[in-house]
Design a protein around this ligand. Structure first.
Ligand SMILES: Nc1ncnc2c1ncn2[C@@H]1O[C@H](COP(=O)(O)OP(=O)(O)OP(=O)(O)O)[C@@H](O)[C@H]1O
Length: 335
């Protein structure tokens, strides 16, 4: 796809800030491209460079080097064009506390030549009950949704949200997600930063994981899990005194723990090749109550930015032998 067909393009983007002990490299050669009509998530630990990237995207900061394009426009040189088509949720300070939700959105709508309908945006953000409530009296979640509503009022082609669900309860978050999806479904593009793996997995078509100013992985959440965190944990029940040696010798088995219960033996197994294990489970072993869990995006994130698969460790406290694949195959307590 030619560069101009992407809604957002970063090519080898570097941003350095002056610091007390020399320059700080906030973004260190980042490359990414966001297609028109997708919900794209930026993930990364604190200080990874997400906010700096967003600020460069909307023309608030100039890259030290590299190329940033939004809808084909240079956000620094063509800031007016970018303002016309790209909206970012404003910061809290931009909300006038004494205005009601409807008054405030009417004010925002007056800034644009062909704004969205105020009541339509109120409904889309689930703010009907708060329509005539002053901004000062809104809950944290309502206020956050109002900020996103002010961005939607301009009918942006690209909607940029910096940690939009912060402070929202599950219902408010669901409404936000529905509004973001509706924006995508009507042809818009969304770029959002988030610290919530659930938000990234549930909402985003693709995500980029940033670490130390670089994009270290990019793709659909499911594809990233397959590529970077292939381990699966399987928990199942087999008849008491089953011979587990065939299972232990399956390709990819990393760890196995077994614990006798009243109705059989409960087994917890970690493997990088669940297909090879499944044949044995459903065939000779006659396993029941099979549960499968992957590490999700959380596992990818940990692996690429720090520790790997830590959430599964510690649950398998057992003494054991070494399996065929070199990992520890352990037998003992399973909770
Ligand atoms: N105006 C600034 N001046 C100097 N350094 C800055 C400035 N803004 C950000 N930084 C530094 O640049 C790096 C990247 O910061 P940035 O805020 O872009 O990261 P982030 O991924 O958004 O982090 P968070 O998740 O905490 O918001 C950090 O080391 C930060 O301290």
């Amino acid at each position: 796809m030619p560069v101009n067909d992407f809604a957002i393009v970063f090519e080898n983007v570097v941003k350095r800030y002056p610091g007390p002990h020399g320059e700080i490299t906030a973004v260190d050669g980042a490359d990414l491209s966001v297609e028109t009509g997708e919900i794209f998530g930026l993930l990364g630990p604190n200080g990874a460079g997400k906010t700096t990237s967003i600020e460069m995207l909307v023309g608030l900061r100039r890259p030290t080097s590299g190329k940033v394009r939004v809808l084909g426009f240079d956000p620094v040189k063509q800031r007016d064009k970018v303002r016309e088509h790209v909206a970012i949720q404003p910061q809290q300070a931009a909300v006038f506390d004494q205005q009601t939700v409807v008054e405030l959105l009417r004010t925002w709508a007056s800034f644009y030549p062909s704004p969205a309908g105020v009541d339509e945006v109120i409904a889309r953000m689930g703010l009907q009950d708060a329509r005539d409530v002053r901004a000062a009296k809104l809950s944290g979640g309502q206020r956050q949704r109002l900020l996103v509503a002010t961005a939607l009022i301009s009918r942006p082609r690209v909607l940029v949200l910096d940690e939009p669900s912060t402070g929202m309860d599950p219902n408010a978050r669901q409404e936000l997600w529905d509004a973001v999806r509706a924006h995508r479904d009507s042809g818009g593009t969304v770029l959002l930063s988030t610290h919530s793996m659930e938000e990234a997995e549930t909402l985003c078509d693709r995500v980029a994981i940033m670490n130390k100013g670089r994009v270290v992985a990019c793709g659909a959440p499911g594809d990233l899990v397959l590529a970077h965190a292939p381990e699966r944990e399987l928990v199942f029940t087999v008849p008491k005194d089953s011979d587990l040696t065939t299972l232990e010798s399956c390709d990819g088995v990393v760890q196995l723990a077994a614990h006798d219960l009243d109705g059989g033996t409960r087994v917890r197994l970690r493997t990088t090749d669940s297909d090879s294990v499944f044949g044995v489970l459903t065939g000779p072993l006659g396993a029941r109550q099979i549960q499968v869990r992957d590490a999700g995006l959380e596992g990818v994130f940990r692996r690429l930015t720090g520790s790997a698969f830590a959430e599964m460790d510690g649950e398998l406290e057992t003494a054991g032998a070494t399996g065929k694949n070199g990992g520890n195959v352990k037998k003992g307590a399973v909770k």
